[in-house]
Design a protein around this ligand. Structure first.
Ligand code: ADP
Length: 509
């Protein structure tokens, strides 16, 4: 049964209760067995000693009777014997505590031993070794035995006491057996056994119940701790455990609460730190903007008048303008990123046709000037998504600019495709390419494969593009092979769709 197996694996309480029940059953069984054996031995022993003393007085009486009957006539002797058995049988009273068997005379010519008995006892069920012991000489002998009545299949547990009698007149010997039934003792034993069984079952159930209660007492707070830990894991750190008393559970609860409080304060501290850092970057970028604009304006003036300068100063004016432009784009990238980090970036949604975006980007005169031809694939049909046109345009232009920058061939390819869920746009170049590790790292901030080859880039373009894609619920992924080129695939979800299954697969995948 799978549910029982699951319960066993998952519930400490089930394991504690089951093993307690099993162990207490074992203990109760062993104790009960030992107790029952003691009671049985005690009952049999006391019955045996009263039986032996009762039988002895009977033997004495019988021997006296035989001593008195000096007549050797067989018929007279037989009469005496019958009377003797009758009178001994009568003296047992109404409770019929014993039966009698008289065998003898033991040595007759034809070997047949006459038997007189108070009940129809099967003489063969008398223990043979007891008969032999009685025949061998004087003395009182006893055995436990299961006796059978003639014509009955049931056997009755009994203690048999036997002794030899001698008739002085004829010199004949007889064996007289007292058969004391142990039925009463058996009944008492059955009663004790039943009481022990019921008591044992009740005790095992009670012990099981106690184990259940005790384990619950210990496990309830642990379960509560588990539930609260699950809540912490899902980000809700407000919850605390109830602490009462000073026991281990209370100490566990208070340690748990301390841990939660310390976690909460650490997280708050880190959140604060990260907020301060974001704020710092954003403030610095803002603060630098105004002086930068002023410096840029001054540099424009110098740049415009460079023809009047000597060549060295003119070159400095050009350098100054180029580096200030780069500085400005770095500042605006940093501001963009700090807006993403602060969750302040917002989307101005409109319907955007990625096929059209691809066509427009391909017509960029910058590409033409760089001698790059864009090959367009799959742009015949509109591929419309709901997106922020400015951000999508920025992503595609950034990918194309990179492709042009790192391409070693004059051709760059843009593919557009769509399925029910999403639209993809892939930009592929035939340039230096990317290794598997680089294809993952290209999106890291300030990461550049080869800073010497970076051709004035900031290392933030792809990081911003990926944030832009994520803001739309989309993805931007990179593939490549060193020396063979790279491919970047932007996937944006259609309304109600997801970007999980892009309609395009990279040629390098
Ligand atoms: P950068 O301004 O340096 O281009 P990006 O974030 O756009 O910053 O790119 C980061 C780095 O990724 C680049 O410096 C370059 O090493 C690598 N990279 C980007 N695009 C390509 C490409 N098409 N082929 C090869 N490497 C590329």
């Amino acid at each position: 049964m799978p549910s029982l197996g699951r319960l066993w694996r998952r519930s400490i309480q089930a394991r504690v209760v089951t093993s307690t029940i099993l162990l207490s059953t074992l203990v109760v069984t062993l104790t009960g067995w030992a107790l029952l054996r003691d009671v049985a031995d005690g009952l049999a022993d006391s019955r045996r000693s009263t039986a032996i003393s009762e039988a002895r007085s009977g033997f004495d009486y019988a021997q006296t009777q035989l001593d008195a009957a000096v007549d050797t006539e067989t018929s007279t002797q037989s009469q005496v014997l019958t009377q003797m058995v009758d009178s001994l049988t009568r003296s047992r009273g109404a409770s019929r505590t014993y039966e009698l068997v008289l065998e003898g005379p033991l040595l007759t010519e034809d070997g047949e031993v006459p038997i007189r008995s108070s009940a129809a006892i099967d003489p063969d069920s008398l223990p043979r070794d007891l008969s032999d012991a009685v025949r061998s000489g004087p003395g009182t002998f006893w055995r436990y035995s299961d006796l059978a009545l003639l014509g009955s299949s049931t056997r009755d547990a009994s203690v048999v006491v036997g002794s030899q009698l001698r008739a002085p007149g004829s010199g004949d010997t007889y064996a007289l057996f007292y058969l004391f039934s142990l039925a009463d003792q058996q009944e008492t034993l059955d009663l004790v056994r039943r009481a022990l069984l019921l008591g044992g079952i009740a005790m095992v159930l009670m012990v099981g119940g106690v184990a259940w209660l005790v384990s619950r007492q210990v496990l309830d707070p642990v379960r509560l701790a588990r539930r609260i830990a699950e809540r912490y894991a899902s980000g809700n750190l407000e919850q605390r455990m109830h602490v009462s008393g000073e026991d281990d559970i209370a100490r566990l609860s208070s340690s748990f609460n301390q841990m939660a409080a310390s976690l909460q304060s650490q997280i708050r501290r880190l959140e604060n730190l990260s907020r301060v850092q974001q704020r710092f970057v954003s403030d610095v970028s803002h603060e630098l903007r105004t002086p930068l604009t002023t410096v840029q304006m001054a540099s424009e003036v110098l740049y415009d008048s460079r023809d009047r300068f000597d060549p060295q100063t003119a070159r400095s004016a050009e350098l100054l303008k180029r580096e200030l432009d780069r500085f400005e784009s770095l500042l605006s990238d940093l501001l963009d990123l700090s807006r993403f980090d602060a969750g302040a970036a917002d989307l101005e949604l409109d319907l955007v046709d990625l096929a059209q975006v691809a066509r427009d980007a391909a017509d960029d005169p910058v590409l033409e000037r760089a001698g790059i031809t864009v090959r367009l694939v799959g742009v015949e049909h509109p591929a419309v998504v709901e997106a922020d046109p400015r951000r999508i345009d920025r992503i595609v232009r950034n990918l194309l600019a990179n492709a042009a920058k790192y391409s070693q061939s004059p051709v760059v390819e843009i593919r557009v495709a769509q399925n029910d869920e999403s639209v993809s746009l892939a930009v592929r170049d035939f340039g230096v390419g990317l290794s598997g590790d680089e294809a993952i790292r290209v999106f890291d901030r300030f990461w550049r494969a080869d800073p010497a080859r970076a051709q004035g880039g900031t290392g933030l373009g792809l990081a911003i593009s990926r944030e832009d894609a994520a803001l739309h619920g989309g993805t931007l992924q990179a593939w490549g092979r060193p020396g063979a080129g790279s491919e970047f695939i932007l996937t944006l979800p259609k309304p109600e769709g997801s970007a999980k299954h892009p309609p395009l697969v990279s040629v390098f995948a």
